[in-house]
Design a protein around this ligand. Structure first.
Ligand SMILES: Cc1ncc(COP(=O)(O)O)c(C=O)c1O
Length: 385
């Protein structure tokens, strides 16, 4: 089987492709039939309620820690299963060893999840939150160098900017942070599943991502990576009974002396969101099967076709970076009357978002050339008026 066959086979697992053209994984991803089956399987089990299945979630969650560790090039003990991106951001903002007056740098074009969390932590802990000026609405390395002071202790950025798809160069940023002893925190949600990453090769302290977008899982689930280096230096901003190791022996609940897990699992939150866990595993399997590098190649090839059209058409203008280092699976463009164009696209059953003055096209593994052609068809008609 060729890679094209693999993508064809995967597309068949997404029933929405028969009804709509979906370019909106940057907001939230569609379900595959495998995900539906996994959720239904668990609903069925609970409907029948014939056995105690409470241990299944422990097994599945453990598998998920391994799967996600593989997907990001981490060790299993560095990965915890979370509730969303914010879960890991909160571990960072309230758990990192920081002192009153320490400075935290974030971008001035950042998604609110990161800003709100760090602002709350700054107020609670007496930190100083500083915004790094962007250049042409992209995170800017020169401005970062200018913003740094002796008190700078944290850099927290999105891997990929949500509104224009600009991908940060993590290697450069992580080297920069390491040389200056600055904690490096990444909101990875807009790159996770579509951009390869190897956290072992990067000096990242904390990486966190919801899985509701590109990872094609339900809303309200995610994972976080806490590097071996940082984990035991974190204070525990919240604690759950399952952050301690019961050795799966739940016969005496009055043991209040269970030792904490020596892993990221210590920062998970209570019993599992079981329907989501089951769905996450089914979804993650596709990423293991296809390989994230292949998914990236597939997505970029489709985006290239669209970009060629946009670039050569006088009515449209690309607003994403197409530079190899900074491009992603989020592709944005604009035109006069882009809001009207957005409505027109939705009317034609092409599902995508508009963000900050642009049309945002999220290209993913279930898309194909026919989807791009359909989009181009509407753009051609719209431009003719
Ligand atoms: C960059 C970025 N971070 C975070 C989020 C969402 O955060 P959470 O998963 O905590 O809801 C989004 C989109 O919803 C996003 O685009």
């Amino acid at each position: 089987m060729t890679l094209t066959d693999d993508f064809l086979r995967i597309r068949r697992q997404f029933p929405h492709t028969k009804e709509v053209v979906y370019f909106n994984a940057g907001s939230y991803g569609p379900f595959s039939t495998g995900v539906k089956k996994a959720i239904e399987g668990n609903v069925d089990l609970r409907l029948k309620a014939q056995r105690d299945d409470s241990r299944d979630a422990f097994v599945t969650t453990d598998e998920l820690r391994s799967i996600y560790a593989r997907l990001v090039g981490a060790r299993k003990r560095e990965v915890g299963i979370g509730l969303n991106t914010s879960h890991g951001l909160n571990i960072a903002a309230f758990g990192l060893p920081l002192r009153k007056g320490d400075e935290v740098l974030v971008s001035d074009v950042e998604f609110p999840a990161l800003v709100y969390t760090w602002r709350a932590a700054a107020q609670t802990r007496g930190l100083k939150l500083k915004f790094v000026k962007s250049r042409q609405r992209c995170f800017d390395f020169d401005q970062l160098q200018r913003a740094i002071t002796k008190r700078t202790k944290v850099l927290a950025v999105s891997w990929v900017q949500f509104f224009n798809g600009y991908k940060n160069d993590l290697m450069t940023l992580s080297d920069f942070c390491r040389e200056r002893d600055i904690f490096f925190v990444i909101d990875g949600i807009q790159g996770m599943g579509v951009e390869p990453i190897n956290l072992k090769k990067l000096d990242v302290d904390i990486f966190t991502s919801g899985c509701q977008k590109w990872m094609l899982s339900p809303q309200g689930c995610g994972f976080f990576y806490l590097s071996d280096r940082i984990r035991d230096r974190l204070t525990q901003p919240f604690m759950s009974w399952l952050g301690s190791d019961w050795h799966m022996d739940f016969t005496n609940f009055f043991k209040y002396d269970r030792p904490f897990f020596e892993s990221a699992r210590r920062f998970e939150m209570g019993y599992y969101v079981v329907l989501n866990i089951m769905a996450m595993r089914a979804a993650a399997q596709m990423f293991l099967d296809l390989g994230i590098r292949n998914i990236q190649r597939h997505n970029y090839a489709l985006i290239d076709s669209l970009a060629d059209f946009i670039d050569s058409h006088p009515s449209y203008r690309i607003t994403s970076s197409m530079e190899r280092k900074h491009r992603s699976s989020l592709f944005c463009f604009t035109c006069d009357g882009y809001k009207q164009l957005h409505r027109e696209l939705l009317k034609n059953r092409i599902i995508l978002a508009q963000r900050e003055g642009s049309i945002r096209v999220s290209v993913h593994l279930y898309n194909n050339e026919a989807d791009i052609d359909k989009l181009i068809g509407v753009l051609e008609r719209f431009a003719k008026g």
